[in-house]
Design a protein around this ligand. Structure first.
Ligand code: TXA
Ligand code: MG
Length: 364
């Protein structure tokens, strides 16, 4: 959400979006993370349209976006009544997390209220909820007076959109979609997801900009990695986080990571001569010299060595590079460290799913 580039969307446009949602239609909306493909979270037929438009399997649950009440004093917000139509068993820890991070890029998974349509939760008895920080979408949510389901507004398995024109390109010719233009997304990768449904231990389901260390520092709450918690076989079989597929967020151009200083090794993995290769290089590093490969036309793309700045540009770069007909895209392996976990997760899945057959990978 870059305020400078945010085109002001008139209240007439927001009213039209509200009406479209009430009529069971779809509206793409900006958030601080990525753009979402929105529908009324209590309308099963509208929710089905979201799955059909994305080509997403109906068992992959959606996030319900809720409004943050417009209070000058954040401590005055009664989050329990905001959550009442959606979630049960809201613990003290949940309220602490909410007070520290909402509105913002943190999604919490609760046991669901029985009124939440099973279409939204992929048939599961839990529901994922977040209050996004983008002012335009907060305005939309307040006027709509309901929850909006919103997966990232991309075809299933593809790169998530971080601008209104990305969304339009994604569904061009397929779907006549109302897209609210809120400028470029600031965070650039999807929200951190924490599962609170087991009651005792919060579990990290998807890494994002908000890290377990930041959560511990701000709330004193310890978040566990999924591997640290025992699951029943039945639980382990559920497709809880679609981003947990090995292939996701994928461009159609082959994408690989290279270890520090090892661009040539990554190229040798592709013995067929690659004539046009785009190589992302840290802004902190000197230029590449590839004298051994005179036949390869290498273009360097500078990427930020600050994790937040890198994340904010990641999908933009992948989309732009994907449009430029490179034979191969190389990105540097993100360094160790929790602040890189979200980016590393997205890049690894993007690599795995990349290439001309990316859609068949992604849905397998
Ligand atoms: O930043 C975001 O979270 C963006 C913006 C638009 O809010 N949304 C987003 O939605 O990334 P989507 O559908 O692309 O990813 C939502 C993730 C999925 O991986 C889904 O499996 C997981 O949330 N999820 C949803 N409900 C869940 C539940 N009840 N239990 C566990 N995971 C759930
Ligand atoms: Mg997504």
């Amino acid at each position: 959400m870059s305020t400078e580039s945010t085109p002001l969307q008139s209240s007439a446009v927001i009213n039209e979006a509200v009406q479209t949602l009430r009529d069971g239609g779809l509206v793409a909306f900006p958030t601080e993370t990525v753009y979402g493909l929105g529908a009324d979270a209590k309308n099963p037929e509208a929710i089905k349209k979201v799955f059909a438009s994305k080509g997403r399997p109906s068992t992959h649950p959606l996030i319900v976006h809720v409004a943050a009440p417009d209070k000058f004093d954040q401590d005055q917000i009664d989050w329990v009544s905001v959550l009442a139509p959606w979630a049960r068993d809201i613990s003290e820890s949940a309220l602490k997390l909410i007070a520290a991070f909402w509105p913002g890029p943190l999604t919490l998974v609760f046991n669901k209220d029985k009124s939440v349509p099973s279409e939204a939760t992929g048939g599961q008895d839990t529901v994922a909820i977040r209050a996004p920080a983008h002012p335009m979408t907060q305005d939309l949510l307040r006027k709509f007076k309901g929850g909006i389901v919103g997966p990232s507004a991309n075809r299933f398995g593809k790169v998530s959109p971080t601008s209104a024109s990305d969304v339009r390109n994604e569904f061009e010719g397929m779907l006549d979609l109302m897209v609210l233009d809120g400028g470029d997304c600031e965070v650039g990768i999807e929200s951190t997801i924490i599962d609170l449904s087991s009651g005792d231990k919060p579990v990290l389901l998807r890494p994002g900009a908000i890290t377990p260390s930041e959560i511990l520092a701000k709330t004193g709450i310890q978040v566990y990695q999924p591997g640290e918690i025992k699951k029943t076989e039945e639980e382990a079989a559920l497709p809880r986080v679609s981003g947990s597929l090995r292939a996701h967020y994928a461009p159609t151009t082959p994408l690989r990571l290279y270890a520090p200083g090892r661009v040539l090794d990554a190229l040798s993995e592709f013995p067929d001569i690659k004539s046009r290769v785009a190589v992302a290089v840290w802004d902190s590093e000197s230029s590449l010299v590839l004298e051994d490969h005179p036949s390869i036309d290498v273009e360097e793309v500078i990427v930020s060595s600050d994790s937040a700045a890198f994340a904010s540009r990641l999908y933009r770069s992948l989309r732009d590079l994907d449009q430029q007909a490179w034979d191969l895209i190389l990105f540097p392996e993100p360094p160790a460290g929790e602040e890189w976990d979200g980016v590393r997760d997205r890049l690894q899945r993007a690599c795995f799913g990349s290439g001309p057959s990316s859609s068949s990978h992604a849905s397998s």
